[in-house]
Ligand binder design. Sequence first.
Ligand code: DX5
Ligand code: ZN
Length: 221
Amino acid sequence: MVEKDYLLSPSILSADFTQLGDQMKQAEHAGADWFHMDIMDGHFVPNLSLGPALVNACKSVTDLPLDVHLMIEEPERYLDKFAAAGATILTVHIETCPDMDKIQKMIHDLGCKAGITLNPGTSADEIQPYLKNADLVLVMSVNPGFSGQSFIPEVLPKIGQIRKLLDKINPDVLIEVDGGINPDTIRQTYDQGARVFVASSAIFKHPQGIQAGIESLTEKL
Ligand code: DX5
Ligand code: ZN
């Protein structure tokens, strides 16, 4: 058997919130490595979602790392709240962080890993200066805001481009991909160098259940 060389980070956004703890346990038993938590402010993205209280509730039902994706303006105002709530990784958008050096330092001072992410329309050049202090790079493969959108294939070359930059600058950093990941799209992102896979609807809305959703993805890797 080939050793597993990837991580799966189910996004709870499409979970049934009335059964959240149970659904997270199911995902964990089926092979989830992290949980991805989508934080939306209704400004940077046109939707509202979760806050620190829900991160803290999730922390109480799992020991897996919590991978917190901050789709919010002025994330520096809330980093301490999400760290205190139990975030392991705090990922911020380059589009919302004019002073990314400062934010990366704030995240590290809070004892969290610093992720950096970019929208489909943002070029890899924008994040290059900050790769040396990043612990994770999240490549968005949909315009952020909602689960259940279609994968944008034009981002594929950017994954490969960022992998090459990381190999030179900070080779241990993994690339995570988020948006429209399903059995038809996951392999193409792996082939470009993605090794952490976020998926929400493909897992939590799979007609045969969460375990079947996870297996439908991992069997392609
Ligand atoms: C989109 C979020 C994603 C989303 C993924 O703004 O960042 O994490 O929950 O959902 P799917 O996998 O359904 O595209
Ligand atoms: Zn996300």
